[in-house]
Structure formats: C-alpha cells, structure tokens
Design a protein around this ligand. Structure first.
Ligand code: SAH
Ligand code: SF4
Length: 365
C-alpha cells in the first residue's frame, strides 16, 4: 500500500477501493485541516480516514516574534516532542514586510546526535528522527500562519521563496524521511515548490552527500564547515574524525560538478576558536578550490556554553581576506538574535521550563 502524501498512518489498513486520490491536494490547495473538511468525500469514507490517518501530526504551541523580522514557531508532536520552524523575512525596498521575501527554516530531527560543541540542538543528544509527515507539517503550519497574516499568502500556494533545512537535527542522518518530505513539497499535487529553492545543510556526512548528488531533484547544498583545517574542525565538530576535510572536500566537489551549482560553505565565527586570519586564508583557498559561496555567521550565544562571537572589526577583517581574493562571501548580521533563532535554542529553553504561561501561548488558529 502506498501511503497518502503528508499523512501519518495510525494503523496499517488497506485504503478502501473508493478512495478518491484527487483529494491528495486538499491539505495543500484547500488547506483542509481535518478530514471532515473534505466535503467531496462521503461521510463514511471521511470517518474511516479520520480513524486511520492522522492528517496533521504537529500542533502549534508557541509563536514567538522577534523585534526584527524573524518569527519562530514551536510545534509539539504526538509524543510531546518539540521542534522548531523559523520564518525569516527579508525586507525589500518598495514593498512592505507582508510582501517581503521569506525563507523558511525547518527541522529534521528531535535533537541531534552529531555533538558539535557550540550547538544547542545537540546538547541533549538525539531523541528521534522526524517522519516525512512531521517535516512537511512544519511547512503547512507556516502556510496557516501566513494565510491569516499576509495578502500575498492568500494569493499563493506556498507563500515563501526559499526553504533551508537548517533547523534542529542533521538532515542527512534522516535521509529517507527528508527526501520523501521534500518530494512531497516539490510535487505538483503538493506545494509545487521548486527543488532549486530548497537548501539542505549538513555537518558533512560524506556517503550521504554522494547519495544526494544522485537524487533526480536538484536540491542546493550547504556545508557546515566551521573549521578550515582538521585541527580546528575536529575540536568543535566530532564528525570531522570520521570524515576529515580530505574526504569531505572531494565529496562536495562531486556534488557541485553533478549539479553545476555553486554550493555554500557555512562558517560560524567563534572568538578565539576559528576566527584567526590563518583560518580565513585556509577557508579562502577551500572556497576558491570549490568555487563555493561562503556564508560567515557570527556565533549566536547559547546559554550554558562558553563560546562568543568575535568583535565586528574582527568579523570584517575575516570577511575581507576572502573578498579581496574574489570569493563570493556574505557576512550575516544575525536575524532573530533576540528570539534565540540559532538552531535548537528555543526548544532547549522550553524543555527546561515546559509549563508556558497562558499569555505566552499564541493561538493563531
Ligand atoms: N545539522 C545541520 C543543519 C542544522 S544546523 C548542519 O549542521 O549543517 C544549521 C546551522 O546552524 C549550521 O551551520 C550550524 O552549525 C549553525 N549553528 C548551530 N548553532 C549555532 C549558533 N549557536 N550560532 C550560529 N550558528 C549556529
Ligand atoms: Fe547537529 Fe548541525 Fe547542531 Fe552539529 S550544528 S549538533 S550537526 S544540528
């Protein structure tokens, strides 16, 4: 039996013969949130569906908005696990915030097993993988939120411009569910969202990068490098022991040759860890070698961790070493700093203090 897109079966039962496959687009185009709303189906069929499939495996528990342009949705899953989805608005000249470009950042796991020392997501290890339905559900919740918020959203099926798989978890460690979810998001009967507007970020699982290179859908790839030598990278990212730069860089090369696209190297700047000018020079050489874009991200402080972001002058000096040699580089002035936008931070805080006050709970439904 092939499962219906985006749905999580509660029981393994055969789909009845009179099931209307045309209803597959109801959760998308019509934003149906219950089986009951699919009024083109008979009542008994809707009742059977409701008993058999869970239509929406996540519920919104907190919607936190920052003073800038970032919105964070905290979602609760069936087992009470919490995941985060972030909406990043990029204001543009001449159009209001409602019409600005939007990037959605989604999670793929509850927690993370990779153990990067600077990251809030990995602090408590991996709890579990998300199902394809749970990954897709995050985007539907964004659609619900935007449908009521902006006129643009009401006019479009997917009212956002880009998806980045950079939330909680290591996406390539949950490979099958990730690809299934993104295939649904891309499908014509789903959100019809172009694969080239979807970026998958990985800490560097080499075999899975090579597998991803073979996928028919051409997703974009971002690598969390964070260290331009094995010595520095190994100190902060344990995965570097299994897949050092000598393995990672050729895999990235293979991916970019296959897809003919520029890949992105992400580099968090952490004071006195990886912000030396020597690291900048090494990073510049890697970027030139790979024809990669470099995204410099000033570190976002995590409660309980000792790491800090370097001064603005130091950040600029680091960036200049790259740009002077023609590397395409952006120095991100972090958005959403005031709402703990870095991966896993909101969940971490919420789990520490699971009881929300009523005023904190924004019910936007
Ligand atoms: N696991 C994947 C995707 C999720 S992490 C990966 O590591 O690529 C998304 C990005 O956020 C990664 O580049 C990660 O290194 C970065 N990140 C994690 N903690 C951060 C922090 N405190 N400040 C800034 N960026 C952080
Ligand atoms: Fe996991 Fe990415 Fe955080 Fe590393 S940076 S612990 S891989 S979520």
């Amino acid at each position: 039996m092939s499962l219906q897109p985006g749905l999580v079966p509660t029981e393994r039962e055969p789909i009845p013969k009179n099931f209307a496959f045309g209803t597959a687009n109801f959760p998308w185009t019509k934003r149906a949130r219950t089986w009951e709303q699919m009024t083109n189906l008979s009542k008994p069929l809707r009742a059977w569906l409701a008993e058999t499939f869970e239509l929406m495996p996540a519920s919104l528990v907190l919607n936190q908005q920052s003073a800038d342009v970032t919105d964070k949705l905290l979602l609760e899953l069936g087992d009470r696990s919490l995941i985060e989805t972030v909406i990043i608005r990029v204001p543009q000249d001449g159009v209001g915030l409602d019409h600005s470009r939007k990037t959605i950042c989604i999670s793929t796991q509850v927690g993370c097993a990779m153990g990067c020392v600077f990251c809030a997501s990995g602090l408590a290890g991996l709890k579990r993988d998300l199902s394809a339905g749970e990954i897709v559900a995050q985007l539907l919740h964004v659609c619900y939120r935007e449908d009521v918020r902006t006129p643009r959203a009401r006019a479009e099926l997917a009212s956002f411009d880009n998806i980045v798989v950079m939330g909680m978890g290591e996406p390539l460690a949950n490979y099958d569910a990730l690809i299934r979810a993104l295939t649904i998001v891309n499908a014509e009967w789903g959100l019809g969202f172009g694969a080239r507007r979807i970026t998958i970020s990985t800490s560097g699982l080499v075999p899975k990068i090579l597998k991803l290179a073979e996928e028919p859908l051409g997703f974009r790839l971002a690598i969390s490098l964070h260290g331009a030598t094995d010595e520095v990278r190994e100190k902060i990212m344990p995965i570097n022991k299994a897949f050092p730069l000598a393995k990672l860089i050729p895999a990235v090369q293979t991916f970019s040759e296959k897809h003919g696209r520029m890949i992105t190297l992400e580099f968090i700047l952490i004071e006195e860890v990886n912000d030396s000018l020597e690291q900048a020079e090494k990073l510049r050489d890697i970027a030139l070698d790979l024809h990669a874009h470099v995204n410099l991200i000033p570190y976002n402080t995590v409660e309980g961790l000792p790491w800090k972001r370097p001064s603005l002058t130091r950040q600029d000096r680091f960036a200049k070493i790259l740009s002077d040699r023609g590397v395409s580089v952006t120095l991100r002035r972090e958005k959403g700093h005031d709402i703990d936008a870095a991966c896993g931070q909101l969940r971490l805080k919420t789990e520490k203090d699971r009881e929300f006050t009523a005023s904190e709970v924004a019910n936007i439904e």
